[in-house]
Ligand binder design. Structure first.
Ligand code: DAT
Ligand code: MG
Length: 149
């Protein structure tokens, strides 16, 4: 089982899409093992997006992600990292397929609704930034024998 870091961004929260997005994660069969609504601090935002510090959109990214509450999650399952990337869709909603979260609900790269870690290494790094071990729960979902062979 892999764990990945997922965050419903301020636009997703403000547009009333928390339930829709959480519902898609649940319906996929993935297991949410940590979830909390938070304001992201400037310090956490800079650590989270450290790889983009040189980009010209970095300041907009930090201002946006700290502007309004987000929902932080750790999501677990087989191939959870790739599964969540597939469900999120391409970075720019203009390129994201219909059926993905960004493709179905977004129009602008700066308002693309959801963050999902792009690799197992990123997932581990991001989970450590946003959660402590005792904030995550261990359980199985009753339906998992019907999700996995
Ligand atoms: P992703 O969120 O798909 O992993 P990323 O890590 O390349 O994409 O970029 C992080 C976020 O930065 C992305 O979700 C939206 C924003 N972003 C990326 N490219 C951008 C651009 N060219 N202009 C404005 N914002 C951009
Ligand atoms: Mg990324």
């Amino acid at each position: 089982m892999e764990q990945t870091y997922v965050m419903i961004k301020p636009d997703g929260v403000q547009r009333g899409l928390i339930g829709e997005i959480v519902s898609r994660i649940e319906q996929k069969g993935l297991r949410i093992v940590a979830m909390e609504m938070r304001m992201i601090t400037d310090d956490i935002a800079r650590r989270h997006y450290a790889e983009h510090v040189e980009k010209d959109f970095f300041k907009f990214l930090i201002d946006f992600i700290t502007s309004s509450p987000v929902v932080c999650m750790v999501v677990e399952g087989e191939n959870a990292v790739a599964a969540m990337r597939m469900m999120s869709g391409a970075t720019d909603p203009k390129d994201a397929s219909v059926g993905t979260i960004r493709g179905d609900f977004g129009l602008d790269v700066g308002r693309n609704l959801i963050h999902t870690a792009d690799s197992l290494e990123s997932a581990e790094r991001e989970i450590t930034i946003h959660f402590t071990g005792d904030e995550m729960v261990e359980y199985t979902r009753a339906e998992e024998t019907w999700v996995y062979e």
